[in-house]
Design a protein around this ligand. Structure first.
Ligand code: DGY
Length: 331
């Protein structure tokens, strides 16, 4: 990978971003920011990407081979604003010698705070209680209404024990939960939590199941009808990872039929979930709009890291967080 010489490179920023980071891009390149209320359609994205050397991408963008080819041979880097990059076809990028980069680490604590908040939200029926008050149904203190389940002493099953999963475990241990997990690779430090042999065992033993694995071919539809049936009827499912890891129809049926008690979802499939979807009408569901990393601190650092990744690549250097470094010809 050589640095770009001649005219100033074009960087497409697909959504509105922190201005100081756009300014950093503009010091050495021409940033085209798509400052619109809605994400670009695939067609709009292809038009905007034409001639770009870099794309500052977001989860709402489908960066496939067609988008890369529309950008053309200048394209050297696709930098994702986020840790998950399932919206980018990494194989297609690698075949075209295009660097793909992401923002791991800087959002871990914010995402873990939020994941643990969702466990408490589910267990203590926070959203449902809020709706109860707003509807005017709260007349007096009721000893037997809106009873949740104890967080303290319950078992949390974590699917995916990477950075965010283990940071959730730290919080759960601090709250007196028993933590069990399944994960693909051996964690360096599992904080003394119990690694269980199979996903089924985790589902059967957990009072709360929280998902922290990436969306891949293997995890697409990981939680479906059979898996939900294995969960305890009083258990909750928390998804702050990616919507398609859970089969939405199966989850809707499981919640309706009392196979599980509650779901707290930061991500859904489809996303956004249509407002007339049955899940939206259910009391035993909390739905929030993909905000696990949405703190000022985390989002600022994500923006900065995305720009770092772009600036390094266009200067001909290995970016700090390249996900396909071993497939790039750096010569
Ligand atoms: C992430 O970092 O993956 C968030 O979900 C935003 O895409």
């Amino acid at each position: 990978m050589t640095s770009i010489t001649g005219s100033r490179p074009k960087i497409l920023v697909t959504r509105r971003q922190f201005q100081d980071q756009v300014d950093r891009l503009n010091e050495v390149s021409d940033a085209l920011v798509l400052d619109r209320p809605a994400p670009a359609t695939p067609n709009e994205l292809q038009v905007a990407a034409t001639g770009a050397h870099g794309i500052f991408a977001h989860i709402t963008d489908t960066i496939d081979a067609a988008a890369m080819d529309a950008a053309g041979p200048n394209l050297k880097v696709i930098a994702e604003f986020g840790v998950g990059y399932d919206n980018i076809d990494v194989d297609a990028a690698s075949e075209r010698n295009i660097v793909v980069a992401n923002t791991p680490g800087v959002l871990t604590e914010a995402a873990a705070d939020f994941g643990f908040t969702m466990i408490q939200t589910a267990g203590r029926r926070i959203a449902e209680s809020d709706r109860f008050v707003r509807r005017g149904d709260w007349k007096w203190f009721e000893p037997l209404d809106l009873l949740g389940v104890d967080i303290y002493g319950s078992t949390l099953g974590i699917v995916g024990f990477g950075r965010i999963g283990s940071a959730v475990a730290r919080r759960a241990l601090g709250s007196g939960m028993n933590v069990i997990y399944v994960t693909r690779s051996q964690p360096e430090d599992d904080l003394g939590c119990e690694r269980v042999g199979t996903l089924n065992e985790l589902l059967e033993r957990s009072d709360f199941v929280t998902l922290h694995c990436p969306l891949t071919q293997e995890t697409n539809g990981l939680i479906g009808t059979e898996e939900l049936k294995r969960m305890k009827p009083e258990a909750s499912l928390i998804n702050t990872a990616r919507g398609p890891i859970v089969n939405t129809d199966a989850l809707t049926a499981a919640l309706r039929d009392g196979e599980i008690a509650y779901a707290a979802l930061d991500v859904t499939d489809p996303e956004p979930i249509p407002t007339d979807h049955p899940l939206v009408k259910m009391e035993n569901v909390t739905l929030v709009p993909h905000i696990a990393s949405a703190t000022i601190g985390a989002r600022r650092k994500m923006s900065e890291m995305t720009v770092d990744n772009i600036l390094a690549t266009i200067a001909g250097k290995l970016p700090p967080n390249c996900v396909n470094a071993d497939r790039i010809n750096w010569g």
